[in-house]
Design a binder for this molecule. Sequence first.
Ligand SMILES: [Zn+2]
Length: 245
Amino acid sequence: MIGQRSATSDASGAHFAFTDRWGGVSAVPFAELNLGGAVGDDPDAVGTNRELAAKSLGLDPERVVWMNQVHGNDVAEVDGPWTTPVTPPVDGLVTAVRGLALAVLTADCVPVLLADPVAGVVAAAHAGRPGMIAGIVPAAVDAMESLGADPTRIVARTGPAVCGRCYEVPEEMRADVAAVEPAAYAETSWGTPAVDVVAGVHAQLERLGVRDRERSPVCTRESADHFSYRRDRTTGRLAGYVWLD
Ligand SMILES: [Zn+2]
């Protein structure tokens, strides 16, 4: 069974795709299409899932680059899969190599996919609350600009993530987040302090001059078709992929 994929592409040859949790071989609590290699799942199952997901998107599994995400703001430029035995700890990837897919893993955090089809540059970033505050989004755009991208040409897509109505935090944390990014100030549907990381990411992109922006309507915590760390704690990871023809 192949799960639903939210994939879009345009005439410029930019592709953006986000997985849901279905169509893989992992067992509960990682069922089915867990793509994260550091969550306790069987590595063979994760490898099979990565192949299945890539093939369903028309990608060569060997031409997908993954990150060791640490909630920081470092971005690595890549021109192919890692050749080091250990995947470097970064939360953003950028490439000017067409056909090379960049992947970001999430289960509530915001997967940010960026493409400037004219410059031939794409980036993927992992923006959870700490990363958004640390500036991973501006860092990714900056890395794209260093390869010739222009923010006014960048197409930005954010995938399924926990929404501001579900992401409860202590009052002081909301204040700290809002001091850095006012757009992230939120309240839960039950009336307690919250943060809206998606709103924060889009506010940052807007200030950077990125006009072509769309967000997934899916809240991972509310969707049974998506992994959610805040809902389930031990769970799988979704992936977002970006690449250019
Ligand atoms: Zn929600």
